[in-house]
Design a protein around this ligand. Structure first.
Ligand SMILES: NC(=O)c1ccc[n+]([C@@H]2O[C@H](COP(=O)([O-])OP(=O)(O)OC[C@H]3O[C@@H](n4cnc5c(N)ncnc54)[C@H](O)[C@@H]3O)[C@@H](O)[C@H]2O)c1
Ligand SMILES: O=c1ccn([C@@H]2O[C@H](COP(=O)(O)OP(=O)(O)O[C@H]3O[C@H](CO)[C@@H](O)[C@H](O)[C@H]3O)[C@@H](O)[C@H]2O)c(=O)[nH]1
Length: 328
């Protein structure tokens, strides 16, 4: 019996592979390396190079490795890219998930965990959201993920499978042992971009929009350490295996930080006063998105251990420095 992790060569999926392998679980990774790295896949996992929508391949993996759980991270993740290339997102997120779920149902997979996103909420005002907050995604990315949530609910109602949808807020930080971290060279994530700028890999960075209705005019996000996020996955797996009901859970700390606050924290951690320009808004960005995370705490008994922006930024910055030394 093994757990199938799609996207296990990517940033978050590779941390899940480490968590499962550290717990002594058998793990199979399915990844086409479109944005992932084979070096990021822990050596204790078996790696199958391929696409998550290749139903023949997935069916074969399920049968060969007696897969009863799938944790599905594979997908495309950049909000502004989804605005200019929506079909890529409806393809690689919605359609790929549909084909993967079809293979899972056919193969008798019992539990399915899906990486969803805060982007399913859209513009909700400044108050933290809860899972019942009406959904109104502002980007094709958010809509492509929401459709997958709907598919899972319909499929679980019709077939003997339970699922967990985790709506991640903004994920950052790296494995404390530096076995993995966010490694995409041209990643667009705020903390990564700021860390790269502090390390001189970029001459400067931009703030996308300073005229939002927030305390300092820049967008507010709820940043979560990847280690805490992965712990929620591990708890969810145990919960579903124990007969827990299908659940949709926000993964967040309930504390929002503005773009300016994040940049100032990166400057403080690195000790570098790098250049920051103020530019226009970026397409698809809601002004503010935070969530209390009360449901994930009560349903799974999740207790975050790293809910501190300075700790998250330090972890991301140290990883960036590690990557830079490695690539020299
Ligand atoms: N990073 C965040 O802040 C964040 C927040 C919310 C949700 N998520 C979701 O978490 C998941 C993982 O994100 P990440 O940050 O690790 O991204 P990532 O790009 O680092 O990882 C994605 C992985 O999936 C693989 N992949 C992509 N399409 C594939 C396909 N069709 N078949 C097989 N493999 C494929 C890539 O090669 C890569 O290894 C995504 O579904 C993303 O939408 C991420
Ligand atoms: O160089 C930069 C990069 C980002 N930002 C701003 O920083 C905020 C956060 O942006 P980013 O780090 O790109 O994250 P999001 O667009 O919020 O999206 C991330 O977080 C979502 C969950 O909230 C996930 O679903 C996405 O996959 C993931 O990329 C936004 O207001 C951006 O406009 C800047 O001002 N300058």
């Amino acid at each position: 019996m093994a757990v199938l992790v799609t996207g296990g060569a990517g940033y978050i999926g590779s941390h899940m592979v480490l968590r499962l392998a550290d717990a002594g679980e058998e793990v199979v990774v399915l990844d086409n390396l479109v944005t992932g790295f084979d070096w990021a896949i822990d050596g204790r996992a078996q790696f199958v190079m391929g696409a998550a929508n290749d139903q023949t391949l997935v069916s074969d993996v399920i049968a060969t490795h007696k897969i009863s759980e799938i944790v599905h991270f594979a997908g495309s993740i950049v909000v502004p890219e989804s605005v200019v290339d929506p079909l890529k997102y409806y393809g690689n997120n919605t359609a790929t998930s549909r084909d993967l779920i079809a293979a899972a149902v056919k193969g008798g997979v019992k539990h399915f965990i899906f990486s969803s996103t805060a982007a399913v909420y859209g513009m909700t005002g400044l108050a933290p959201v809860v899972e019942q907050t009406p959904l109104s995604p502002m980007s094709p990315y958010g809509r492509s993920k929401l459709m997958t949530e709907w598919m899972l609910a319909d499929v679980a109602a019709a077939h003997p499978m339970t699922y967990g949808v985790l709506r991640y807020f903004n994920v950052a930080g790296a494995d404390p042992q530096k076995r993995s971290g966010q490694s995409t060279p041209l990643a667009t994530h705020l903390i990564k971009v700021a860390a790269q700028t502090a390390l001189g890999q970029r001459p400067k960075m931009d703030i996308f929009g300073t005229d939002y209705e927030t305390t300092d005019g820049t967008c507010v996000r709820d940043y979560i350490h990847v280690t805490d996020l992965i712990e929620a996955h591990a708890l969810l797996l145990t919960y579903l295996r124990g007969g827990g009901d299908s659940s949709t859970l926000n993964c967040a700390y309930g504390q929002g930080y503005s773009v300016r606050q994040v940049i100032n924290t990166v400057k403080a951690v690195s000790g570098v006063d790098f250049r920051v320009d103020e530019g226009p808004r970026r397409a698809g960005d809601p002004a503010s998105i935070t969530a209390t995370g009360e449901k994930v705490r009560s349903v799974l008994g999740w207790v975050p251990q790293h809910d501190d922006l300075t700790e998250i930024v330090t972890s991301a910055y140290e990883w960036e420095r590690h990557l830079m030394m490695r690539n020299r």
